[in-house]
Design a protein around this ligand. Structure first.
Ligand code: NAP
Length: 455
């Protein structure tokens, strides 16, 4: 994939970039390693000062960065600005709490003193996706830099200007040259970087195929990975739920980021007694949304990030329709002259075996399933290979407890939509990946958990 800014609203190639040569990559890795030797000895207070300055830099330029995201991947401008603010939040959170999260932990044993010390590992590679071009990077970088690690970013090829802007933010905040570097490279250059001794671990947020590729490259080198991959999150609505609140939230949960979010609710599993009302209300809300230019503040749904994503989504929808599904609303590309636009779509009557049961739909398409009871809801929810998030709606305490215990997911949200929060761990199980970001668990992924025993 060429490294370029291609406006998804128009198809225009705005700017192209050459990928780094092997020699340039080696120079950057050497700079990262040399920086680490010094940087690991800086104090928490010093790192926190720089990270707070990065947060301020984000806040000061949030409109500019928001426009850059909208230009490169089509996110509606208001959501893009909110993403910059959330990125500042994760910086401030770890600036404030890293010291506490990484304190020595005493454990009583037969030693006179035994404890656990958390130490940095070195240079960490982050391979990141385009869908939250700022947030995904900052949720990796903020804890990594507070630990005393240094970061190398390989961002998605369609968001190079976001990638370069992030490097600039860290430099302007005062971090040393080499503490955080953006490498403009293709995915075919990742394995050679992983094989370099200076890289100590890697994380990837993206598709299953990319995750498997990075993990196997790291496996060959015995290097740790954290993987945040795809999802097809269930959104279960039972008879006792507050239906109005559930429908309102369902629309946001499905359509956030033009429907291109790993933790978007994708499969709506509704108890049959309320299914028709739920479907009608949801379809009406989808039909009322404004599809158009992401730079226009009135736009609800912008273009999909690339023509490939548009084509893949349309093919999935068409397959479901050919196999007997019905579109209550949408079901096709939007008729705008240019750009990767898709109509907000609600599919129902999905026949067993159609792609809706197993595949991730990465766009504004809600998949509606009707079930007779809680058992069937849980069974259907767990029937995919994914296990990222799950949202479930009920006012019944017994149902709630079963949902919490039995849903196969990295997180369960009751009567609310799945969202990431800097204070809580985030990540999946099954083919959605492993490891955690955010919270205390996130900052302890890329550390040497050193056991110390003193007689
Ligand atoms: P993608 O194609 O996997 O790309 C993600 C990143 O991986 C990009 O930087 C890409 O580089 C790189 N990449 C692709 N193939 C690679 C390979 N073989 N080896 C090393 N790196 C490789 O994913 P996407 O289509 O952009 O993103 C959508 C997917 O990400 C969805 O499945 C979504 O659910 C998932 N996602 C998960 C989370 C989470 O937290 N769990 C968050 C957001 C998105 P190029 O751009 O150069 O190809």
């Amino acid at each position: 994939m060429a490294i370029a800014t291609i406006n998804p609203a128009t198809g225009e190639t705005v700017k192209e970039f050459a990928s780094l040569t092997d020699e340039e990559i080696t120079q950057r890795l050497e700079l990262a390693q040399q920086t680490f030797e010094q940087y690991r000895n800086t104090s928490f207070a010093q790192r926190a000062e720089w990270l707070n300055a990065a947060a301020q830099g984000l806040d000061d330029r949030k409109t500019e960065f928001g426009k850059l995201m909208a230009l490169e991947m089509g996110k509606p401008i208001a959501a893009a600005i909110a993403e910059v603010e959330k990125s500042a939040w994760v910086c401030r959170f770890y600036a404030e709490n890293a010291d506490k999260f990484l304190q020595d932990l005493t454990v009583e044993t037969d030693a006179s003193h035994s404890f656990i010390r958390y130490q940095p590992l070195g240079v960490i590679l982050a391979v990141m996706p385009w869908n939250f071009p700022f947030w995904q990077v900052f949720r990796f970088a903020a804890p990594a830099l507070m630990v005393g690690n240094v970061g190398i970013l390989k961002h998605a090829s369609n968001v190079p200007q976001c990638a370069l802007a992030i490097e600039e933010i860290f430099l302007q905040a005062g971090f040393p040259q080499g503490a955080f570097q953006t490498l403009l490279i293709g995915s075919d250059q990742v394995a050679q970087i992983v094989a370099d001794d200076r890289i100590k671990a890697a994380t990837l947020t993206g598709s299953e195929a990319a995750g498997a590729s990075l993990a196997s490259a790291c496996g060959k080198q015995i290097k740790k990975t954290v993987l945040e991959l795809g999802g097809s999150d269930p959104f279960i609505v039972l008879e006792s739920a507050d239906l109005e609140a559930a429908v309102e939230t369902a629309v946001t949960a499905r359509l956030i980021n033009n429907g291109q979010s790993c933790i978007a609710a994708k499969r709506f599993i509704v108890q049959e007694s309320i299914a028709e009302t739920f479907a009608e209300k949801m379809a009406a809300k989808f039909a009322a949304l404004k599809v158009g230019d992401p730079m226009n503040p009135d736009t609800n749904i912008g273009p999909l990030a690339t023509p490939d994503i548009l084509n893949d989504l349309d093919a999935q929808v068409k397959t479901c329709l050919q196999q007997g599904a019905k579109a209550l609303v949408g079901g096709d590309r939007a008729t705008l002259p240019n750009g990767n636009y898709y109509l907000p779509t609600v599919l129902t009557d999905l026949p067993a075996g159609c792609p809706a049961y197993q595949e991730e739909f990465f766009g504004p398409v809600a998949l509606l399933f009707t079930v007779p009871n809680l058992d069937a809801a849980i069974q259907l929810a767990n029937s995919t290979s994914f296990g990222l998030g799950a949202s479930a709606w009920t006012q019944n305490a017994e149902e709630r407890d079963r949902l919490i215990n039995e849903l196969e997911a990295g997180c369960v949200f009751i009567n609310g939509m799945v969202k990431s929060d800097v204070r809580l761990p985030f990540g999946g199980i099954k083919r959605s990946g492993y490891g955690r970001e955010l919270g205390v668990d996130g900052i302890r992924e890329f550390v040497n958990i050193k056991t110390v025993w003193i007689k």
